[in-house]
Design a protein around this ligand. Sequence first.
Ligand code: NAI
Length: 335
Amino acid sequence: MPKYTITLIPGDGIGPEITNSVQRIIDAAKVEICWESYKAGKSALEVYGDPLPKALLHSIETHKIALKGPLTTEVGKGFQSANVQLRKSLRLYANLRPVKTLTGAYSRYTGIDLVIVRENTESLYAGIENEIAPGVMQASKIITREASLNIAKFAFDYAQKHHRKKVTAVHKANIMKLADGLFLDCCREVSKSYPDIIYDEIIVDNCSMQLVMNPKRFDMLVMENLYGDIISDLCAGLVGGLGVVPGANIGEHVSIFEAVHGSAPDIAGQGIANPTALLLSAIMMLQYLGEETAAQLILNAVYRVYGEAKILTKDLGGNNTTEEFTNEIIKYVVK
Ligand code: NAI
């Protein structure tokens, strides 16, 4: 009998291609997982008329852990993002996104090693909107003391556990004095309990410029939801793009591991998507499960393949397909 049962959401667009790759690699590392696969997002809406079927939520709540491909959300119309609904309904309050250079990967910088901690349930990203009069739309930015304290604590605990030196709070409290002001107050309050970790603050627009000019001045960044969404993609651009940046949505009882990127409709179905971001997310999942040996085995294979830089997908300047890249990783996993 398999050691773990884990919910799998193949997702939309490139999702099925990259989840298949990751399943094959985990299989090669001999971690026995029974995958319970469910549709969500656009593909679930098409089949069940519901982007977030109850059976899927039940499976995640039962097994407490999921590996998720990206879900498509239409721009300016359609159903509320299934990602937002999942994160809110399962109270996945922390979004952890390590951004690290993979040796040999086509990227603008070398030696980048940043960690983004993004509050995952509120702010403008929660999508609380209404039409207050014809031609006048309102989007509400809700920031609570509870969620801000929780995310600040998560960031500092992570920093302590992983021997990080500095946590920088990213904000716009010069303009949103109440909402972002509260977020900052909470970060300052929490920082006092971690005297060994340097704490500082930066306004989000300046942070964007500094990340491009001199990313190594940062170590860990903590921020509210929408800033985290945008800054994550910026940081992905520092290390070769969205194809290589993983993520984890962490709650008190449930965690969902997924790449930072979306469903990439421009390349879906072509067999050329880079599975690395989801693979690194799966490695985070294996570490979370305590499967350190398998996690390290796969990670070593990733470093090896990127170090050699012979078999790479197109986003990183290579010519290889998802399958060829997957086979190359597997070659080193089983060696
Ligand atoms: P995207 O992240 O899907 O794509 C942006 C660019 O990066 C595209 O050129 C794409 O080809 C490339 N890219 C992304 N992942 C890649 C990979 N693994 N390998 C190679 N190239 C890759 O962002 P976009 O186009 O803004 O969004 C598409 C859809 O994805 C939207 O419906 C959006 O709502 C959804 N989305 C879902 C997310 C999730 O499920 N967590 C996160 C972000 C977006």
